[in-house]
Structure formats: structure tokens, C-alpha cells
Design a protein around this ligand. Structure first.
Ligand SMILES: [Zn+2]
Length: 436
């Protein structure tokens, strides 16, 4: 029975299928406007998660989901920008300068200009150019010049000691307190909404981290997995950006900050710091999560340019500006690849009077999901299954061969649906968790 060796087992991502469900929409507040396929996992490898992001998946803690953009009221489009192409707008550059001025303070800046003046060339360059990386780091304590101040005979100190560190995604009381303060003030949630356990599940668990320990990290080793970028001012935690690092990109999961610092626009500041981080560490892309065109609060994401959107059907990337943006003004669901293809396929979604949850996923025609014929072409017989701590192959299950694939309630139907949403590459390198 045990046909999967231990080394191979360590390379696999695990998925427990939860199935297709309609849910209330957090944006337009409709009762059942949003439809997604869900799976859960406590063990997804970063390279596999990267592949899932590029197919429209996203995670919230250990819950992974891919929305049906065609039948959802507020379609969630996956965003991506190429870190090296990012050109900050004036308001974005201004946010960084304002923050740096606040941290350094007028007295420091005045004295520093006298004690360690910039050369004429440097001043001219700074006036005409904006360098994202140097601007983002300018006010960090380790980068701040501290010449001897002749008035006090001590090093010149900035107004505040500002530090940013990439740390493990562990829970701490300081992080949880800050998170609660943010949720209850900025999002006006009730304090009873969150426990430490919920917080851990939401922002401190998920994809595997490497190197596993922060202290043992080899500087040349690319960091992967779930991380917290912690912002401290005068030793106090004031913001945390939760990041998923995958081989080719930095994915922004969430950012929470002390509402007392709301005026400094941490949403903007953290996004620019993360783009700079991607540039400095050879991550090609920056993923800002989902974009909902009809949601005003999300429009700021489109101001990070040039921004691209994942085509829900072809999984190719189209510029958000121009044709796509114009079409999104007119209708919620847009797939440019569909618009451009001349073939009219008979795969329209079922009408709203049909209960999708009773249908097989193969009859729903969810965009970006394999068809039944495509799943039949995969080798599901040798897909791994984790049963009570032991890996077996599907074919080892009693009666597997005679189970129907197109019936959503059958075991094979459930497994075939998971395969259809994950896609062939992930199926090859994953295992299914059904009973434990
Ligand atoms: Zn909605």
C-alpha cells in the first residue's frame, strides 16, 4: 500500500477539497453574490502557491480559494506588476518624503545639511530623479548619518528611531494588540470578533517558510513562504505587512498599522517598500492581491503602474489601463482572450435559478478550470492520497475504478473537481487529504 517514499512526501503540497460554494459578498453586501471553489491546507510549498496565484487562487490563512469570476457579483481579478517597471506617481513619492521628514525631524535635517552637506551634483540629481530604493530606506536608523554635533559633542540623532525588519510569521502579544487596534478603529469591527487563535489562523499560518529559522538564514538564500515585515518607531511596533514570498514574486497579504499614524498612508508606504524589496532581492513581480473594479476602496491599487490583470480564462496578463479598464467600466466580467477568440463555445454559465452547489463543477463552466475531458486525460489513479498519516495512490482505494467522475457527491467526483481547479502541474506535485 505505502507506495510513496518519505523524500517524495516532503516535496508534496497537501490539499483538502472543500468544494464549490456561494457566499455573501463583503463588497456589495449581497447574500450569495460570490461563488468560489475552496480547499484547505496546512502545507503548501511556495513554488506551488506561486503557480496557484498565477491561476487566480489566493489564500486566507489555511483556506485557499479561486473565485468564479463569471458568476460573482464583484469579480476578484488577480493583479501583478513587474517590480523593475514600477514608476511611482507624484502622490506616492510625496508620501515617502513626508514620512522621511517626520522621522528625521526638522532639527536633524537642518543640522545634517550643515554637518554633512550633499554635493552640488547630489542635490541636482535628487531634484530631478526619484530613486525608490534609496528613498524607501532613507529614514531607517541604520542608514541615517549621525555626524558628531559640535553643540552637544554627541552624534546627531534623528527625531525618531525607525526600523523595519523581515521576521518570521509568529504570533506575539505586540502584533495581536496592534492588529486589534487596527481592526476595531480602521475597520470598526467589534473587539469580540478576533481572538489570538483567529489572528494566528488568518495571518500567521499558511505556506511553508524557508529558511525556516530567521537566525539561521543565509544572506544569499532567497526567502520564501510567509513572513512579517515589522515597522518599529522608537522601539514600538507601529505596522506589520504580511507577505507571501514565492520564487518569482512578493505577494502582499495584509497590512495593519497603528491608527495613530493613519495620516502617513501606510497602505502606500508599505506597497512601495515591498516593491523596493522585490527589486533588491530579485523577485520579478509584486502581487497586490485582488482587484475589484467596482470597489472604490480598491482603485488605489490601479494607481501602482504599470499594473497587469490575470485573464481568468487564458491565464495570460493584460495591462489594466486602456481596453481592459474601459470594458470593466461597462460589465463586471471581462476576459480579453474570450473577446478576441472568434469561436463561440457553448459553455455559458447555468442560469441564476439553478442551484450551482448541487451541480458538478464540470457543469458550471467556471473560467480557468479544466473540463471533464481534460481531467480524464490526467493520471488521477496515481495521485497521492493521505490517509491516516500514510500516503497511498487513488487506485489503491476499494472500488476506485468503478466510481463515477461526473457526480459531485462521489469520492471520485470530489477528487476530479479538485484536480480541475488545481490544474495538471499541481496535481503532479500534491496529495489529497480526505480522512484524518
Ligand atoms: Zn458583490
Amino acid at each position: 500500500m505505502n507506495s510513496v517514499d518519505a523524500e517524495r512526501a516532503r516535496q508534496l503540497s497537501l490539499f483538502r477539497p472543500l468544494g464549490y460554494q456561494r457566499n455573501s459578498c463583503g463588497y456589495c453586501k449581497s447574500d450569495d453574490g460570490s461563488a468560489s471553489y475552496y480547499a484547505s491546507s496546512v502545507a503548501v510549498r511556495p513554488q506551488h502557491y506561486e503557480h496557484l496565484i498565477q491561476q487566480g487562487w489566493r489564500r486566507s490563512g489555511t483556506l485557499y480559494y479561486k473565485q468564479n469570476l463569471r458568476t460573482s457579483c464583484c469579480p476578484h481579478y488577480t493583479l501583478r506588476l513587474e517590480a523593475s517597471d514600477f514608476r511611482p506617481r507624484r502622490d506616492q513619492r510625496k508620501a515617502i518624503h513626508r514620512w522621511n521628514h517626520f522621522v528625521l525631524g526638522p532639527e536633524y535635517m537642518r543640522k545634517a545639511a550643515r554637518l554633512c552637506p550633499r554635493s552640488r551634483e547630489e542635490k541636482k540629481f535628487r531634484k530631478c530623479n526619484f530613486d525608490l530604493q534609496s528613498s524607501v530606506h532613507e529614514a531607517e536608523y541604520s542608514k541615517v548619518k549621525r555626524p558628531l554635533d559640535p553643540a552637544t559633542n554627541r552624534p546627531l540623532e534623528p527625531a525618531h528611531r525607525f526600523e523595519v525588519n523581515l521576521e518570521g510569521d509568529s504570533v506575539s502579544q505586540a502584533k495581536f494588540d496592534l492588529f486589534l487596534k487596527y481592526q476595531t478603529t480602521v475597520h470598526r469591527e467589534d473587539v469580540s470578533r478576533w481572538t489570538v487563535k483567529d489572528f494566528r489562523r488568518f495571518l500567521c499560518s499558511g505556506i511553508k517558510r524557508s529558511p525556516a529559522s530567521v537566525t539561521s538564514s543565509n544572506a544569499s538564500e532567497k526567502k520564501l513562504g510567509s513572513w512579517h515585515q515589522c515597522y518599529r518607531l522608537d522601539g514600538k511596533l507601529i505596522a506589520v505587512a504580511v507577505l507571501d514570498l514565492v520564487p518569482s514574486g512578493v505577494s502582499s497579504v495584509y497590512v495593519f498599522y497603528d491608527p495613530e499614524y493613519e495620516q502617513w498612508e501606510f497602505g502606500k508606504l508599505s506597497a512601495m517598500r515591498e516593491i523596493a524589496f522585490a527589486q533588491e532581492n530579485q523577485y520579478l513581480y509584486y502581487y497586490m492581491g485582488y482587484y475589484i473594479h467596482s470597489c472604490q476602496k480598491m482603485r488605489y491599487k490601479a494607481s501602482f503602474r504599470p499594473q497587469y490583470i490575470l485573464d481568468p480564462e487564458s491565464n495570460s496578463w493584460d495591462p489594466l489601463d486602456g481596453e481592459l479598464s474601459q470594458k470593466l467600466d461597462q460589465r463586471p466580467y471581462v476576459s480579453l482572450s474570450r473577446d478576441r477568440s472568434s469561436t463561440t463555445s457553448d459553455d455559458s454559465p447555468p442560469g441564476r435559478d439553478v442551484n450551482e452547489e448541487e451541480l458538478s463543477l464540470f457543469d458550471i463552466h467556471m473560467p480557468g478550470v479544466l473540463t471533464l475531458a481534460e481531467v480524464k486525460a490526467l493520471d488521477l489513479d496515481h495521485w497521492c492520497l493521505l490517509v491516516h498519516g500514510t500516503f497511498v495512490h487513488m487506485i489503491d482505494l476499494v472500488g476506485w475504478e468503478s466510481m463515477p467522475m461526473d457526480q459531485p457527491q462521489s469520492l471520485k467526483g470530489i477528487i476530479a473537481e479538485l484536480a480541475a481547479v488545481l490544474g495538471p502541474e499541481i496535481v503532479k506535485d500534491s496529495a489529497v487529504v480526505l480522512f484524518d
